[in-house]
Design a protein around this ligand. Structure first.
Ligand code: AVJ
Length: 320
């Protein structure tokens, strides 16, 4: 079976409107920032896939190890008929879940949701070819806005992997989990991947690799803003910076202006002092107790919390 056409819940003009809004808010703030979702045009999605294969970037390998080990238990406990994946990207690790759920014979439909049209086109085509009996329904959407559009009914498992929940600020996270709970029916399931707090000596290189792939990924957001909004950022004039915030237990990626610059975007004139930084991503790290507390606050009950053998990454199965 070939993949069905993507369902578009984020039209070109919604994307354009929200990018404009984010640029206006973020670049006029006292401390400049842009949300990380704008990294993921076709090039950004490719760069992220390259990051997942870097020796320093442990989260993908660690999470794959946990999923591999517990996929059959997840399939057994949930008996899911529909697997929904938020921020699905390439859905590479998700194949382990698809295999386990198909093996038990319960799974009928896979619904990947992502902001990146290019990533979804590729993943849905590849999955439809490799899982001919599976109905693959790709949704172009934003997981902070389109949870009310998920298909209803039939024992659902929502997977949110990779530690992407760490991109949300604490208040956004609480709102996201509450919205997820509201979108689920009692008895449905959430499978949540969270990168864990550990020695910053391990975390930092994962966000500042020797080959400079993460730096290119980071600067890609400026290329997206240039192309989409006709801005005149010179990406090469910004240096990639990764900082560990020990108090809030998160990584920040920033772009540091190497000289003073004036950028024109929309009707704005945005000045950067030499050394001024633009925050492009927060990637929060978690403690197992914290994950359980946050899920409970949203009305979700932890069934299992697993980690990989090195304790790098957490995978939580919770019941609505
Ligand atoms: C896709 C959000 C999980 O935070 O580790 C990788 C993105 N940023 N390198 C992460 C990312 C820098 C990634 N997530």
């Amino acid at each position: 079976m070939s993949a069905e056409p993507l369902e578009i819940h984020l039209e070109e003009r919604d994307l354009d409107r929200s990018l404009r809004e984010d640029v206006r808010v973020g670049l006029t703030a006292r401390e400049k920032w842009l949300p990380p979702k704008w990294f993921y045009d076709a090039r950004g999605s490719e760069l992220f896939e390259e990051i997942t294969r870097l020796p320093e970037y442990y989260p993908t390998r660690a999470e794959r190890a946990v999923i591999q080990r517990h996929a059959s238990r997840i399939a057994e406990v949930t008996g899911a008929k529909t697997l929904i994946e938020l921020g699905s990207g390439s859905s590479e690790k998700t194949r382990l879940l698809l295999d386990a759920l198909s093996g038990r014979g319960t799974l009928g439909t896979f619904v990947p949701l992502d902001v990146s049209v290019s990533a979804l086109r590729q993943s849905t085509a590849a999955l439809a070819a490799d899982y001919p009996r599976l109905r693959v329904r790709g949704i172009v959407g934003d997981f902070t806005r389109h949870l009310d559009r998920l298909p209803a009914g039939g024992r659902r498992l929502v997977a949110f992997l990779g530690g992407t929940i760490g991109n949300l600020m604490p208040d956004e996270r609480a709102a996201f989990l509450a919205a997820t709970r509201a979108a689920l029916e009692t008895g449905d399931w959430l499978l949540l991947g969270t990168d864990l707090v550990k020695d910053p000596g391990i975390i930092l290189p994962a966000y500042d690799d020797a080959a400079g792939v993460t730096a290119e990924f980071n600067r890609n957001v400026l290329r997206v803003v240039n192309r989409e909004l006709g801005a005149d950022f010179v990406p090469e004039e910004f240096r990639h910076v990764a900082v560990w915030d020990a108090e809030r237990e998160w990584i920040e990626m920033r772009l540091r202006a190497q000289r003073s610059m004036r950028v024109r975007v929309l009707d704005l004139t945005v000045d950067f002092a030499e050394g001024e930084e633009l925050r492009t991503e927060v990637s929060a790290k978690f403690r197992p107790e914290g994950v359980a507390t946050e899920l409970a606050a949203a009305g979700l009950t932890v069934e299992e919390l697993w980690t990989d053998p090195d304790g790098l990454f957490g995978l939580t199965l919770a019941r609505a």
